[in-house]
Design a protein around this ligand. Structure first.
Ligand code: MV4
Length: 495
């Protein structure tokens, strides 16, 4: 494999190219008209425009991407995450064009793309699953009967679902029919497939996922878990590895189950098996994501592996170079997704220019981003600016390092989730590890950040007064007043 095309943009396109470069592989970027000046375009050895700004006319057009491969002589495609990464039809097109998709087979994508067929595949191995219906429910009365057997509250889920769409909690039999109709219509409009099914509702779960790798020789290993419970409206904000609640025994059981789920579809490549964990630390398989995940860097930190390199080696037909027993967890890693969103305004996407953009540096800090100072955040795509990942010998050190890195990160011109991240890192419920998927809705409101901002303004005012009082001795030195672009200098006081 001498040249690969990266069918993605932003931080993940850059991240993939870096690994390819280290392996001596040439890279081809594709870009939309909105991304002409983007970093991934400059970083690649070659770049091809594949259409107008909307992703439906560029990054999602499989034919254009395959044409770009033909034109540049790229032999393989890395789809990254999102866009075409889990599209089985695209995977088939790639194969038919005589190209290699750096990812699983179309068959595995197809089975795992539907939650019901995913659960059916997992049934072959004794994988713990939440009690519910094994098939799509069609008859309301029959479904009601099944819901009563399972016991309320129950959750109605869309088989084709994702991102919590088409998901409805039902508390009593009286509400069932109405909620089912809502779920079906939501699923139909979102996925073009109104199939829904029932599960018992696990009310306060933690979201824990296991990273797996499978090669084309039938070897499958797991790379331990990632804890992804800190999310809002089904969008993850903070992830970490390992989870502070898993015992070695549960970790081993979950890992074995994840490998079995992957084995059920002869999984090839990097994948993620998603579980929920209840208060008793019982875990249940939910679904499998057949791509590289946004949060993969925390796994890279604790295992010392480069997941993109592993994906490429697997796509070249190589055997995994390690066995399960070779893998050990070392240290602790945390990721904060830095979104161009305003936490003070219900996390509304914030558009604009990165007037100041300076990233944190130093020991145990990794920033995966796709922007530079002066760039505009395009409105067409995901509002994630960067991923800030910190690593430490233990969770405490990783958290302290994250707080330090957030304070060092300097972004002006747009609102971001950095302050929100600091709020979480300093919250007792997070530091003690006793949180679940409801953390954000239970503990965060705009006021918790406002008071922080007021404190900072107060400290800045005090510093200014002190500096002024000392003016006679520091004559030519103007008082340093905190500005948003200069946060970590705010308390510099000279005598
Ligand atoms: C669940 C659940 C509780 N019980 N299933 C959310 C998205 C999809 N990946 C699976 N999800 C869940 N499935 C059962 N049987 C809880 C979640 C869930 C969740 C639900 C409501 C609000 C936030 C959530 C965050 C993570 C997972």
């Amino acid at each position: 494999m001498k040249k690969i095309l990266i069918a993605n943009r932003g931080e993940i396109a850059l991240r993939i190219m870096r690994s390819a470069k280290e392996m001596g592989i040439k890279t081809v970027a594709v870009f939309s008209e909105a991304d002409r000046e983007a970093l991934h375009v400059r970083y690649a050895d070659e770049a091809i425009c594949i259409g107008p700004a909307p992703s439906s006319q560029s990054y999602l057009v499989g034919e254009n991407i395959i044409a770009a491969c033909k034109k540049t002589g790229a032999e393989a495609i890395h789809p990254g995450y999102g866009f075409l990464s889990e599209n089985a039809a695209f995977a088939k097109m790639v194969k038919a064009a005589g190209l290699i998709l750096i990812g699983p087979t179309p068959e595995a994508m197809e089975i795992m793309g539907n939650k019901l067929s995913a659960k059916a595949a997992a049934l072959k191995y004794n994988i713990p699953m939440v009690p519910g219906t094994e098939e799509a429910i069609t008859d309301v009365e029959e479904a009601k009967g099944r819901a009563v057997e399972v016991g309320f509250p129950i959750l109605i889920k869309a088989a084709a679902g994702g991102g919590g769409k088409g998901m409805r909690v039902v508390n009593s039999v009286a509400d069932f029919e109405e909620q089912m109709q809502l779920a079906v219509s939501e699923a139909t409009s979102a996925f073009g497939d109104g199939s829904v099914f029932i599960e018992r509702y696990v009310s306060s779960p933690r979201h824990i996922e296991i990273q797996v790798l499978g090669d084309t020789h039938g070897n499958i290993v797991h790379l331990f878990e990632r804890e992804c419970s800190i999310q809002r409206r089904h969008q993850k904000v903070i992830e970490e590895a390992p989870s502070c609640v898993l015992t070695a025994a549960i970790r081993e059981q979950m890992g074995k189950c994840a490998v079995d789920v992957a084995r059920a579809v002869n999984y090839v490549g990097a994948g993620t098996v998603e579980f929920i964990l209840d208060e008793n630390l019982d875990f249940f398989f939910l679904e499998m994501n057949t791509r590289l995940q946004v949060e993969h860097p925390v796994t890279e930190f604790i295992t010392g592996l480069d997941l993109v390199k592993e994906q490429i080696k697997i796509a070249r037909g190589e055997k995994l170079s390690f066995k399960q027993e070779d893998l050990k967890i070392n240290g602790h890693a945390i990721e904060l997704r830095v979104y161009a969103e305003d936490p003070l305004n219900n996390f509304l996407p914030d558009i604009g220019t990165l007037q100041t953009y300076r990233t944190p540096k130093g020991n145990g800090v990794r920033v995966d981003d796709g922007f530079e100072e002066g760039m505009e955040i395009p409105i067409y795509y995901d509002p994630m600016i960067a991923k800030l990942i910190t690593f430490g010998k233990d969770r405490e050190e990783a958290i302290a390092r994250m707080v330090r890195a957030i304070e060092e990160y300097d972004i002006t011109g747009i609102q971001t989730t950095l302050g929100f991240g600091k709020f979480v890192m300093q919250h007792e419920v997070f530091t003690s590890g006793k949180f679940d998927t409801h953390f954000v809705s239970e503990y965060f409101n705009a006021d918790s950040l406002k008071s922080n901002a007021e404190d900072e303004a107060f400290i800045a005012a005090i510093s200014a007064v002190v500096a002024l009082k000392n003016k006679s001795t520091i004559a030519s030195q103007p008082p340093v007043i905190a500005t948003q672009s200069n946060q970590w200098r705010k308390n510099r006081i000279q005598l």
